[in-house]
Design a protein around this ligand. Structure first.
Ligand code: UD1
Length: 443
């Protein structure tokens, strides 16, 4: 919005799907920390000193199950959404269009100063696009659009998320980047450096914040992954296991690709149990393809539908999707993680757990360069090779720059600076082309 004398900045934060919640939670915590400091500073004054921030949390409802959404709010101490759009599932077009229609009404009613969108899901793009074209009153102003996790590129436009990333970045005013590749990608697409802020990774803020708390999870006992020793006064230890997640349409919607990946895990399944929390899309495909998880984790088609919640089927243990703390606990203690998720590549990097990505590419190259991730593709032999290599690798990992738990604080500092201390710069963010400078602004 245009500069104002108001001392309250209104930030609207959008969440919609599972990977959004852990990225948004630290931003709300950083706002609360910011406001807490303002009130502490004002102990000797009748009014709070300086600016305060009011946040409005909007949940589009793209994900709606307790498994996919509800449990994350309690695990991450997220406040109940102020506004729930109740969108639910649908084709990309229907889902995106419904979010856009309902979000426009919210924007017109709330008139926030800033809209924060996170990640690369349909909710991210839909809300950024609506904000970029909204117009408030006679000033024809609109909120600043801040995209958290900007600049990531897989260079694979068959991924819906890649389309969402590119379009969201190009309608956003402030691009908060998690890794250096993001700066390069945005610059190559002609984005002005003034818009780019390398702040780190809010998903890692959550991980660092909750990694101790995750130890209180009872998921290891529930899945019988704990061995209770009779000797040593009954001390217990976690048994060796691997963790698997698969949900990308390109991996699970095609029967042959899905079977190739599962075949790549056969050897591993003879070595240790593989815990497989099953995404709703994947569960549906398992049913449609008539897959069952047979001896040693091999998938076959003659045993009916693979189902179950925590039921062990020889090498592979299928469970329902898990909450944040349960999943974090499982990642921390796993010998190996096999995944097609983006965020899990980042989380295993910080935890130092070997990760095999069953995709042809990653939009998060830092996880391969300095983390524990390897890109295996989806061919059976390549997955088997990657597993052998990863199981014998040295466990050392690097920590990508700014993945230090302070990303959300940097984001809030930047928003406050833009809003209160650099009004001319802020105005130009929404109404004019920005001059290109030769250096990135990195707080
Ligand atoms: C979405 C994101 C993807 C992200 C993933 C995490 C897009 C384009 N994709 O994919 O980037 O990695 O979330 O899960 O935004 N369903 C339920 N319960 C729910 C939500 C979904 O049962 O709470 C089922 C529905 O049948 C739905 C299917 O899962 O059709 C897929 O959900 P959808 O939101 O379309 O996409 P995801 O595959 O989850």
């Amino acid at each position: 919005m245009l500069p104002s004398k108001a001392r309250v900045m209104k930030i609207l934060i959008v969440v919609g799907a599972r990977p959004n919640f852990m990225k948004a939670a630290p931003i709300i915590a950083a706002i609360q920390e910011h406001n807490g400091r303002r009130f502490a500073d004002s102990a000797d004054h009748p009014e709070p000193q300086g600016e305060t921030i009011r946040h409005i949390l909007v949940h589009t409802g793209q994900h709606y199950d307790e498994f996919m959404s509800g449990s994350f709010f309690s695990d991450l101490n997220l406040p109940k959404p102020d506004i729930h759009l109740g969108i639910g599932s649908g084709s990309h077009a229907v889902q995106t269009a419904e979010i856009m229609k309902r979000f426009e009404e919210v924007l017109l009613a709330e008139k926030p100063d800033v809209v924060v969108v996170v990640g690369d899901v349909n909710s991210t793009l839909a809300c950024a696009l609506v904000t970029s074209k909204i117009s408030f009153g006679s000033h024809a102003s609109r909120p600043v659009i801040a995209h958290v996790e900007a600049g990531l590129r897989s260079f694979d436009r068959s991924m819906p998320e890649e389309v969402n990333r590119i379009l969201t970045d190009h309608v956003s005013d402030l691009l908060f980047v998690t890794e250096e590749s993001g700066i390069r990608n945005l610059r190559n697409e002609g984005v002005s450096l003034d818009k780019i802020q390398f702040v780190g990774n809010t998903m890692i803020d959550s991980l660092l914040n909750f990694r101790e708390k995750a130890d209180a999870s009872t998921i290891l006992e529930k899945l019988t992954l704990v061995r209770h020793a009779e000797k040593n006064g009954g001390a217990s230890s976690v048994i060796r296991y691997a963790l698997l997640t698969l949900h990308r349409p390109s991996n699970v919607d095609n029967r042959d690709v899905f079977l190739n990946i599962i075949a790549g895990l056969e050897e591993l399944a003879t070595d240790c149990p593989i815990v497989f929390p099953v995404h709703p899309r994947t569960r549906r495909r398992i049913g449609e393809f008539g897959l069952a998880f047979g001896r040693n984790g091999s998938a076959n088609t003659d045993k009916g539908i693979a189902q179950g919640s925590g039921n062990r089927r020889d090498g592979i243990i299928l469970t329902d999707p898990l909450g944040y703390l349960d999943f974090l606990c499982l990642m921390k203690h796993a010998s190996l993680v096999v995944t097609d998720s983006g965020g899990i590549q980042e989380e295993t990097t910080i935890l130092g757990i070997p990760c095999i990505t069953v995709r042809e590419n990653t939009e998060r190259p830092v996880t391969v360069e300095s983390g524990t991730n390897t890109i295996a593709g989806t061919r059976t032999d390549a997955i088997k090779d990657a597993i052998r290599r990863q199981l014998s690798r040295n466990r050392e990992n690097g920590v990508p720059k700014h993945w230090d738990g302070r990303a959300a604080a940097r984001i809030i500092d930047t928003l406050v600076r833009r809003h209160y201390e650099e009004p001319s710069a802020r105005e130009s963010l929404v109404s004019q082309a920005l001059p290109v400078r030769d250096q990135c602004s990195c707080p």
